[in-house]
Design a protein around this ligand. Structure first.
Ligand code: FAD
Length: 336
């Protein structure tokens, strides 16, 4: 591991100033915020990340979960994944979020990992994590060894000829269907970014993963309330039942009226370069009864744009089945 300077941020403003203060911050940033450290410290040990300055966020008081007057929820950036998953309000009002969090990593990791850290966790692509390999995300312009290599776990949606790394977060898939606002404090003040605009697809610049710039600190997320009769759930398919990333996953928010779909939101994980919404499938199901045929057709449409690589063609069928089963699980008797 390279030597680095560790500082405790004393306030949000202090964190932002420290985050943007490094002389090289504007050229790709050598400052990193440290939350739970379960992604960052691994990557520093692997020499994938080598910040000169590390700024700890533990003392900022961003660890609160608060109900909002409109029935929504405010989640601090440093709230631990375990605390969020087990919070009564989350279990009752946003089961999809609780289920997604509890499907991730292990109990020990969830006790350390934070909301903003999870939001910003880096890909598990083995070529990104191995500095002997070419990776445009880690070293822009160096190429992508995953394209002709071991790509079984990687993305089939939102890819480019420069990067096929998948976004590994379970929580992000749930957030995709809960549509939170992400609150960011930066050098030019506070701003709010809708979740759908936060993560970027790789295109020619896979090293740019979000809209954040050096110094930007995620302070909290606000979740809008779901309709009182909404049901939600998360289904994760993986090689083993725990302590494993998704090969395909699906988050659902569903409201039915008179036997037909009033609202459905479908989030996909494990198969895309960023948290993914199956918008076309949602439109196909709106106003329709949840028959086997309708759901199968919508699930197929969700994968229409998939570009499988040499070893992950199986994900097209796996993800299709994952969507159908996730809808079946959440819909219960409404699935005809
Ligand atoms: C063995 C293992 C298995 C795992 N399995 C899963 C799994 O199945 N599913 C899953 O979803 N995840 C899994 N994870 C990943 C885990 O969920 C993440 O490592 C964790 O959520 C990251 O949170 P953290 O607080 O530790 O982030 P950190 O490592 O502290 O930070 C991650 C990144 O976010 C940045 N950051 C943190 N906070 C802020 C902020 N407030 N503002 C701006 N930037 C910030 C950091 O600078 C860093 O770049 C696994 C991890 C391990 C090690």
């Amino acid at each position: 591991m390279m030597p680095f300077r560790l500082r405790q941020a004393l306030s949000v403003q202090d964190a932002v100033l420290q985050g943007a203060a490094s002389p090289t911050a504007q050229q790709g940033s050598t400052v990193r915020f440290l939350a739970g450290g379960t992604t960052l410290l691994d990557l520093m040990k692997l020499d994938v990340e080598h910040p000169t300055h590390v700024v700890q966020l533990a003392k900022l008081g961003l660890d609160r979960i608060e109900a909002l007057p409109d029935g929504g929820l405010c989640i601090g950036a440093t709230v631990r994944n375990a605390d969020l998953a087990h919070h009564e309000y989350v279990k009752r009002g946003y089961p999809v979020l609780s289920e997604a969090l509890l499907s991730g990593a292990s109990a020990q990791l969830r006790n350390m990992a934070t909301t903003a850290g999870n939001l910003l966790q880096r890909t598990r692509c083995v070529y990104f994590r191995d500095t002997a390999m070419a990776c445009n995300k880690r070293a822009p312009g160096s190429g992508c060894d995953a394209l002709a290599g071991y790509n079984r776990n990687l993305a089939i949606l939102g890819t480019s000829e420069h990067c096929i790394a998948s976004n590994p977060s379970d929580m992000n898939v749930a957030l995709a269907v809960l549509e939170p606002q992400i609150h960011v404090e930066g050098l030019h003040g506070e701003r709010t970014v809708p979740f759908s605009k936060f993560h970027l697809v790789p295109r020619e610049t896979p090293h740019l993963e979000t809209v954040l710039v050096p110094g930007d600190l995620v302070t909290h997320l606000t979740l809008p309330p779901l309709p009182p009769d909404a049901r939600s759930g998360y289904l994760k398919l993986r090689d083993r039942a725990s302590y494993e990333f998704a090969l395909a996953s699906c988050a659902i928010v569903l409201v039915t009226r008179d036997g037909k779909v009033d609202t459905i939101r479908i989030g996909l994980g494990g198969i895309a370069t960023r948290p993914w919404r199956a918008i076309e499938a949602e439109h196909m199901l709106a106003g329709q009864p949840l028959t086997e045929a309708n759901v199968q057709a919508a699930a197929a449409a969700a994968l229409k744009g998939a570009k499988p690589q040499s070893e992950n063609g199986f994900k097209v069928e796996l993800a299709r089945r994952c969507i159908v089963q996730a809808i079946r699980n959440v819909a219960g008797e409404a699935f005809q």
